[in-house]
Design a protein around this ligand. Structure first.
Ligand code: TXA
Ligand code: MG
Length: 314
């Protein structure tokens, strides 16, 4: 397919060349697909904001291959190292203090004193990062406030021919964005994800809370409207309204009505997480005008699923 490039040495080199010229490409990660640009170049980073129509005050996550490179850009403390040892590389993003002499473009972190950083686990993005002399700013590859992509075709669905290089990595294994944890000031989860509050609390030997939305927006990802498929969503439904698409979960829902979309027949929350964005995108593209969703269990990654659904429904 046009603009989609399979994982191969020559395509990785091509990706590297485009990035080194301060242009933007789409890349796979284990959470969702992202738009990648040289984090040390304001020119590159500006292109991301423009493509995504993202407000400049919403900072990006900087992705690294190794700790040595990160140490030049950020101050790291004991809590960071404990979590890093357990969860990185993987779907955890840390908010840490940016070094004054860091080369990260201040546009990438919206001129804040802090910066979001992550070590992705997906092999393809890891190999690409390893070959570069700079870290990559990688927000999810969707137009601001829309649903994140979990495949190359989803990225095309978002940007069509506005993106001319998508590195293909199949379907994202997790399907929801990384957990974001604030390590500056109050240690708190700003965005739930595959790494749960419980797992983090256990490592830090301290109960870590998930931030409730307040008037002070600590993470613009907490902005209320987000992850939106562009049609109304109603949550905690027992049955669907006439003509609405009905998102369900578990074996109770056997009948295969065309309007029923089961996130996981076996009632597995990880499978549901992986299928959520794909399902929202599909329903929208099928032309439904409304979505109803059953109650999804609020534990483990179900907490992240419910977080996204709540924001999508806002
Ligand atoms: O899984 C992921 O994290 C994906 C993949 C591509 O790595 N990326 C992603 O990026 O979800 P994005 O830009 O869609 O979400 C980044 C979130 C936003 O909610 C942003 O507000 C928050 O991280 N963030 C970034 N820098 C921050 C900072 N300094 N303080 C607080 N929140 C920050
Ligand atoms: Mg996003």
């Amino acid at each position: 397919m046009k603009n989609i490039y399979k994982n191969s040495q020559s395509n990785l080199s091509k990706a590297k060349r485009i990035l080194s010229k301060n242009n933007v490409i789409a890349v796979p990660t284990e959470t969702v697909y992202g738009l990648a640009a040289n984090a040390y170049s304001s020119k590159s980073v500006k292109k991301i904001y423009k493509m995504k129509k993202r407000p400049r005050k919403n900072p990006l996550i900087i992705h690294y291959h190794n700790l040595k490179d990160l140490k030049k850009d950020a101050y790291l403390d004991e809590k960071f190292f404990k979590l890093y040892k357990k969860f990185s590389p993987g779907p955890l993003t840390y908010i840490v203090r940016k070094k004054e002499n860091s080369k990260i473009s201040s546009i990438a972190n919206s001129n804040l004193k802090t910066v979001a950083i992550r070590f992705p686990r997906n092999k393809i993005i890891k190999e690409l990062l390893r070959s570069l002399k700079f870290p990559l700013a990688i927000p999810s590859a969707n137009i601001s406030s829309a649903v994140s992509p979990v495949s190359s075709n989803d990225v095309l669905d978002e940007f069509s021919d506005k993106i001319n290089f998508i590195l293909d990595g199949g379907i994202s294994r997790i399907g929801l964005e990384s957990t974001v944890i604030n390590l500056c000031g109050k240690t708190q989860i700003l965005r739930p994800g595959a790494i749960s509050q419980k797992q983090i609390s256990k490592v830090l030997k301290k109960k870590i809370s998930v931030s409730k939305e307040t008037t002070i927006i600590k993470s613009p990802g907490q902005l209320k409207k987000h992850y939106s498929p562009g049609i109304p969503i109603k949550l905690n439904c027992k049955r669907a309204d006439n003509k609405a698409a009905f998102i369900v979960f578990g074996k109770k829902y056997k009948n295969n009505n065309k309007n029923i979309f089961n996130l996981s027949r076996r009632g597995n929350l990880e499978e549901a997480a992986r299928k959520l964005y794909k399902t929202l995108r599909k329903i929208k593209n099928l032309g439904f005008k409304e979505i109803n969703v059953v109650k999804i269990p609020n534990n483990k990654i179900g907490i992240a699923i419910n977080d996204r659904l709540k924001k999508a429904a806002y």
